[in-house]
Design a protein around this ligand. Structure first.
Ligand code: GLN
Length: 474
């Protein structure tokens, strides 16, 4: 499939049209959606109308935008006015948001054509998309394996050439880990870079929306479109969208890159080998390499599994059978809420609500939630110290290549460990990119993770581009 950059260029020049590109995308969806379970909803009518509006604008000689006529897949925890939005949960069944997420408005302004809503782990809680109430998504590269999660549907849409780009959300790794498992580029932007307005909240202090794509350039284009201040999100950074596309080919000459021991510890040997080869590739491109140990990273998982469930237990209190989606009737209000939440939430979501409620309860607050916040501060300090010695950090994105269905479903701890390398970035509110580099077991892709301080996206994408070229994708 053509890249987003190519489609936008050709639509603008008249070499192709948004409608032609959309029909190609819809045909690809029809061909494999039943097999892979990628889209929960395809908005054919809305997408066709959006595409023909773009074609009309091009015909009138207007300059459309950097995503002119580019079909895009949207994770189903992002609100799109009038379109069913489920978070892959029964509890939102039948709900249609009355408004657009800011990122949707910005996509449309830039000429993109939202095709539909993609499957995820329920409320973005998971690492395999097996927690969806609507069945798992299959990895297009090997249908016996998971696509990763929680943005597994968005990753699969791009990997299966249904759309060249997709939006995901990353609270503890949910963009980078599926990107790694599906052979894609995925970016977790700095906290506050992309507006969270209209993203259904999981853990508000960690959530960020970001791009998934086959190429580094496409992620740069998409991130530039969605980033920048939004008055509708009080945590939005004050400045406009950074310049990313212009810096994609800046390279890494003179940059200091630190290979972090804790970001490869416990990973499969084929993954470690890829990270080491990526480090050599950066060195060959002019970077200086050092090795660092950041022991605080080992505490990330424990802190995350207190902070994220604590915030989730509060955020998910709004699903009460009154305001959104599902209602299971009962004799009184309390019984109705209980019946609705019992029927509406899946097992993992219930586990998180219970963990979070417990961590926040009187008598345990200081021991659990309070302690986790202290670890979070230590993590921020540790990153800060590391960035005095290095411009970027490198490690693995996930401990292994895509795993088989059911491999980790009976053991929540094993599943949680999928994000051991991605979580530190979310806790610190910083930026990271996963870029495919080499292959491992069964020829499946491996993702290498590049981490940088807040607002370092341009530098991270430039380093990812170096690896993309070194891995044979010029
Ligand atoms: N897998 C992690 C979790 O289950 C992260 C999910 C995410 O980033 N949304 O919480």
């Amino acid at each position: 499939m053509k890249s987003a950059a190519q489609i936008a260029r050709e639509v603008q020049s008249g070499a192709t049209s948004a409608s032609v590109e959309l029909e190609a995308s819809l045909a690809a969806v029809r061909a494999r959606n039943e097999e892979l379970n990628v889209f929960l909803h395809v908005d054919e009518e809305g997408a066709r109308a959006a595409a023909s509006r773009i074609d009309d604008r091009v015909a009138r000689g207007e300059t459309v935008g950097p995503l002119a006529g580019v079909p895009i897949a949207i994770k189903d925890n992002l609100c799109q006015a009038g379109i069913p939005t489920t978070c892959s949960s029964r509890i939102l069944e039948g709900w249609r948001p009355p408004y657009n997420a800011t990122v949707i408005d910005r996509l449309v302004e830039a000429g993109a054509v939202p095709v539909g809503k993609t499957n995820l782990d329920e409320f973005a809680m998971g690492s395999s998309t097996e927690n969806s109430a609507f069945g798992p998504t299959r990895n297009p590269l090997d249908i016996t394996r998971v696509p990763g999660g929680s943005s597994g549907g968005s990753a699969a849409a791009v990997a299966a050439d249904m759309t060249p780009i997709a939006l995901g959300s990353d609270t503890g790794g949910s963009i980078r880990q599926p990107a790694a498992l599906c052979g894609l580029v995925g970016v977790k932007p700095s906290y506050g870079l992309v507006s969270r307005y209209g993203l259904i909240a999981f853990a508000s202090s960690l959530d960020q929306i970001g791009p998934l794509s086959k190429t580094v350039l496409d992620s740069a284009i998409l991130l530039e479109v969605i980033a920048g201040h939004d008055p509708m999100d009080s945590t939005s950074l004050p400045e406009p969208s950074p310049s990313l596309v212009a810096h994609v080919d800046d390279g890494v000459a003179g940059k200091r890159v630190a290979l972090v021991r804790e970001l490869v510890e416990g990973a499969d040997p084929d993954v470690v080998a890829s990270v080491e080869r990526a480090t050599v590739a950066l060195k060959d491109a002019g970077a200086t390499i050092i090795e660092l140990s950041i022991p605080e990273f080992r505490l990330g998982l424990s802190a995350y599994y207190l902070i994220a469930p604590a915030e989730a237990s509060s955020n998910l209190a709004r699903f009460d059978g009154v305001r959104y989606g599902l209602r299971v009737d009962a004799d009184d209000v309390t019984a109705m809420m209980e019946a609705t939440r019992t029927a509406g939430f899946g097992a993992e979501v219930k586990r998180r609500i219970m963990l979070g409620t417990y961590a926040l309860s009187a008598g345990y607050f200081d021991a659990y939630y309070g302690q986790a916040l202290k670890v979070r501060t230590q993590m921020i300090d540790a990153f800060h110290r590391a960035y005095q010695q290095a411009d970027l950090l490198i490690g693995a994105t996930a401990p292994s290549v895509a795993f088989e269905f059911g491999a980790k479903t009976s053991n929540p701890m094993a599943m949680y460990l999928s994000d051991v390398f991605t979580i530190p970035t979310n806790l610190a509110g910083e930026a990271a990119v996963s870029v495919p580099f080499g292959t491992g077991e069964a020829g499946l892709p491996i993702g290498v993770q590049l981490l940088g301080p807040g607002r370092s996206e341009a530098q991270l994408l430039a380093a990812a581009r170096v690896l993309e070229i070194a891995d044979g994708r010029p």
